[in-house]
Every structure is written in C-alpha cells, then in structure tokens.
Design a protein around this ligand. Structure first.
Ligand SMILES: Nc1ncnc2c1ncn2[C@@H]1O[C@H](COP(=O)(O)OP(=O)(O)O)[C@@H](O)[C@H]1O
Ligand code: SF4
Ligand SMILES: [Mg+2]
Length: 373
C-alpha cells in the first residue's frame, strides 16, 4: 500500500514522458522509478524571479496612496526537488509575506514563480487555473494553536483538504487520515479528539499531517517551531526531516534565527528588510559568512562546546529592523553594521555571485574576514 503510494508519488513528480509502471523493470533489481526520480532530483521545482510585494500606505478620506511598505523588494531564488531552503532574517524582514505571495494567499506586486516540470508561472494564473497547483504547495504555520479550528476534531482537520478537493471519501478517507496521523507520530485514536487536548508539539504534528494530506511537493514552513518549547523543537525538526525523505518533499523553511535551520537546510537565504543579502549552501554560510548581517546572526547560534561558546564574540545588533516604508539610504544594513563606511551610506550594494553558488550584497565582502561557527 505504502509502496504503491510511493510509486504514484514519484510518478506524479516525473514529467509525463518519464512516467513509469509500478513494476521494477531492471534485471539487477534496481528500481527504475527511483533511478529516474534520482536523475531528476536536481531539477528546479520552483524558481522565484524578482518577487516584490509593496503594501500601499493610504491616507485621508480619499484613501490616497502616500507611500509603500516594501515588505519584499525584489528577491530571487530557486528550490530544487528534495531540497530545503532556509529563509532567515529577524522579524519584519518580509519572510512571511514572501511565503504568502508564493502560495498566492496574497497577490504579489510583481515577479514570477516558475513551478514544476510544467514550468508554469504561478503568478500569472487565474484563481481557477491555480486550483490544481494549490494541492502541490502547502504551508505549515507558526502557531499551531491559532491555525487549528478548536471546534473540529483531528479527523475533520486532517481530512478537510481531501474532502474539499474530493481526493478521498468514505473508508478510504478514514484510512488515509490514520495513515497520515501515524506518519507524524500520532495514534489512530487521536482522530476523535479536539486540538485543545494536545500539547503544542502534538498540535504542530496535526498541522503537518494536514499539510501532507494532498501529497504536496513543496511545503512552506513558516517558523514551524518558534512557538514550541526548546525540548520539543528538535522532535518536530527531526520529524520534518524524516518526512522530507519519506515523501520526497522540498521545503522553504522560514526562521528568525540561524540555529533552527542549521541542520535541516541544504541552502540558506538571509533576508534583511525585504531583500536577500546572502544566499549560499548551508555549510559555507555557517563556516564562512560573507555578509556582516549573516555574521551577526551566526554569532547568536549556540555552540555545543561550552569553552568555545564562552570565548566566541556575540555580535549585538543594535536597534530593530528599520521601517520598510522608510528604508535607510545606501546599504539598508548600514545603521547597524559595524563595518559600514561612507560608501555604504550612499550606494546600495547589488547581490552578486562571489564564488559559484554564493551570492552576497555587501560592498566590502571581499576584504572583510567574518567569523562563522
Ligand atoms: N498586510 C500588510 N499591510 C501592511 N504592511 C504589512 C502587511 N503585512 C506585513 N506588513 C509589513 O511588511 C513587513 C514584513 O512583514 P513580514 O512579512 O510579516 O515579516 P517577517 O515574516 O519576516 O517577520 C513588516 O514591516 C510588516 O509590518
Ligand atoms: S555594504 Fe557596508 S553597511 Fe552594508 S553590510 Fe557591507 S559593510 Fe555593512
Ligand atoms: Mg513572519
């Protein structure tokens, strides 16, 4: 049962020309579905180009637009199949807005999001055309308490997407709910209970089961462990990592600090005031950050060795993220950057590739020697 579901999953993810039967056809026992899938694993699942979201600021009785909150101001990145991209930055940097635009929960001001083998630009689809793609991209929310309807049983919550989309009904629906609950570490008898009967970690498991219900390919997880006790955070992170392997998922994993995404991310994009300031593979980013903002975020990641932790410098970021309707001149980070020069106050640095796969937006990244973990 699970194996056939896995095959159908793989098939759904392959271009139609590569779809294959459920029988292994290689004499040497190699599974053709897996082989084809792996060959295609490096395909881009999502490519975001120059995404912008400007919220108008309206004043007076005529609601005249007097300015814009540039919550997301021209970000570009891609996500490969099976990959986790960490999207990190302090509160107010535009992470949630970016995620909501990708799911078309709010309209983007401009930009394109090319999705799937079909290479469809989701930003251009009508509401009706978007419908089939909604199944394929799901979101997990920060606060499992607020995102679960307290008057619905767990079975209703987890079953709702399948009922609405008419993918399962009757006993098949019940079986699928049990299967989903078990895959997130809950029990079948939990079906009849209400969200208030569960701990924060268990509620997040219910939210994850609901997100998995329609067999998505991409999950945008918006700070999924921020509201949980530290002891429970690791369990949920481990669960998400396991599910990624089991169901060949890709994640955009949003967090406000770098410690949460350290072990789950393949690549990390660091956002500051609506822009990506650094993007690179996770190991390089943590070991040798190129942007002073990344360095400051890394200095807050606790080290396992207490001696090393005592000796390392914690870089205090003074003040808050500035108001995106009135960003600073030049480099947006300059009022809080300890390496800022006059050039930084005048000119906005462009995001540029410094080594293959590593992009950074800092005038002085070539000469700075920044501290990693
Ligand atoms: N609906 C909205 N109207 C106006 N401004 C908004 C709206 N939603 C978010 N913002 C602003 O956009 C900026 C980015 O917010 P958000 O995406 O929630 O950041 P993050 O998730 O990184 O904390 C913030 O300054 C926030 O106040
Ligand atoms: S451009 Fe200047 S202010 Fe901006 S991060 Fe680099 S050194 Fe700091
Ligand atoms: Mg947020």
């Amino acid at each position: 049962m699970l194996a056939s579901r896995r095959f159908s999953n793989i098939n759904r993810k392959l271009p139609s020309t590569l779809q294959i039967s459920q029988k292994p056809v290689f004499d040497n026992g190699e599974n053709r579905a897996e082989t084809l899938y792996l060959k295609n694993k490096n395909m881009k699942l999502l490519q975001v180009n120059d995404l912008r979201k400007y919220f108008p600021i309206q004043k007076g009785i005529f609601q005249r637009t007097v300015g814009y909150v540039k919550a997301v101001d021209g970000i570009s990145f891609d996500v490969q199949r099976g990959e986790t991209l960490g999207l990190v930055g302090e509160s107010g940097c535009g992470k949630t807005t970016a995620g909501r635009c990708l799911l078309r929960l709010i309209p983007a001001t401009s930009g394109s999001f090319i999705f799937g083998e079909e290479q469809v630009d989701l930003a251009k689809l009508t509401h009706r055309e978007m419908q089939p793609f909604r199944k394929r991209i799901q979101m997990i929310f920060q606060d499992p308490h607020a995102s679960l309807n307290p008057r619905m049983t767990v079975a209703d919550i987890v079953g709702e997407p399948m009922r609405v989309n008419r993918t399962e009904k009757g006993t098949a629906l019940q079986d699928r709910i049990v299967e989903l609950l078990e895959s997130v570490g809950l029990r079948s008898q939990d079906m009849r209970r209400y969200p208030h009967a569960f701990s924060g970690g268990q509620r997040q498991r219910i939210g994850i089961a609901r997100a998995l219900a329609l067999q998505p390919e991409l999950i945008v997880a918006d700070e999924p462990v921020s509201a949980l006790d530290v002891s429970v955070q690791a369990q949920i992170l481990n669960l998400l990592a396991e599910l990624r392997e089991q169901f060949n998922l890709s994640y955009i994993f949003i967090a406000h600090d770098l410690s949460v995404v350290e072990h789950i991310s393949d690549r990390v994009a660091v956002m500051y005031l609506g822009k990506i300031v650094e993007i690179s593979d996770a190991e390089t980013l943590y070991q040798s950050p190129q942007h002073p903002y990344t360095e400051a975020l890394i200095s807050a990641v606790p080290l396992p060795d207490p001696n090393a932790q005592r000796k390392r410098e914690h870089i205090r970021l003074e003040g808050d993220v500035p108001d995106p309707s009135q960003p600073p001149t030049g480099c947006y980070f300059h009022p809080r950057c300890r390496y800022a020069t006059d050039l930084c106050k005048q000119e906005t640095p462009k995001l540029r590739e410094v080594t293959p796969g590593v992009q950074v937006a800092c005038h002085h990244s070539d000469t700075l020697e920044l501290q990693g973990v």
